[in-house]
Design a protein around this ligand. Structure first.
Ligand code: GLP
Length: 241
């Protein structure tokens, strides 16, 4: 694993965006795996800057990791909304195609299959990942077993509590999500895991330095041969670098 520690999230975002740029400029049909959450915002800011400075993204396909069950794409807390707000609408030229799971599909099992087919037909060149404080990647929550493909997941009480800050009433916080599975994530040719802040220091240590454990889903990344971990000094504090 290549671990890089930056002074600020903004410096880290510029580095991550330049890794994405390398993939975009070196492939005829690049497929970029995208993520949501506060951590990836500096990456999207830096990518938007690159596009404004001439990076062509018109041939890019994107596939997002996850979406809440029950939130329509027009719900301000949906990941569809997040992606439009922080990336898609800020890039002048539309990308070739952008995909997220549909959290309001009438048949969620069929929706998972549709998404698995999409991933099969668009192998991901580089996957962007944040990490939950409980070690989840996408919404693959800590559990005795991890699921390989796209699936509907019951969010843990810890994740529901973390997400509650974005909703006016706790009852409105979604209890389920559709997420890419662990195998789909590990099949990406390249992976970037980002984490910033003191509150991520313990889980970064567990994910990278302890053994592989299904109750720390991010530790599965130790199995992948091309992972770049992008941190700030706070999240890297326990790594003894
Ligand atoms: C959500 C997303 C994850 C993300 C995590 C961390 O749970 N499903 O993909 O990594 O939040 O969020 P943040 O970056 O805001 O800490």
């Amino acid at each position: 694993m290549n671990i890089r520690v930056f002074r600020t999230p903004s410096d880290a975002g510029i580095y991550a965006a330049s890794m994405v740029e390398r993939v975009i400029t070196s492939s005829e049909r690049p497929v970029i795996g995208l993520a949501t959450g506060e951590t990836v915002l500096p990456v999207y800011d830096a990518l938007v800057n690159l596009v404004r400075c001439g990076l062509d993204v018109s041939h890019v396909t994107t596939l997002n990791l996850d979406e809440y069950v029950g939130l329509s794409p027009n719900h301000p807390q949906s990941y569809h909304w997040f992606m439009r707000e922080h990336l898609f609408s800020r890039i002048g030229t539309p990308m070739q195609a952008t995909h997220l799971p549909n959290g309001v599909a009438p048949d969620l099992e069929a929706e998972c299959e549709r998404y698995n087919d999409l991933i099969r037909n668009h192998p991901i060149d580089i996957q962007l990942l944040g990490i939950g404080v409980n070690g989840h990647i996408g919404f693959n929550e800590p559990s005795h077993t991890l699921i390989t493909g796209t699936h509907v997941v019951n969010l843990t009480p810890e994740t529901i509590n973390m997400n509650a800050r974005f909703f006016s009433r706790k009852d409105d916080v979604p209890r389920q999500a559709i997420t890419m599975g662990i195998q789909s994530i590990l099949q990406a040719k390249q992976i970037m895991l980002l984490a910033f802040g003191e509150h991520k220091a313990d889980i970064i240590y567990e994910a990278l330095k302890d053994g592989i454990r299904t109750d720390v889903p991010a530790s599965m990344l130790q199995l992948h041969k091309d992972v770049t971990v992008i941190l700030d000094s706070h999240s890297a504090a326990r790594l003894g670098l």
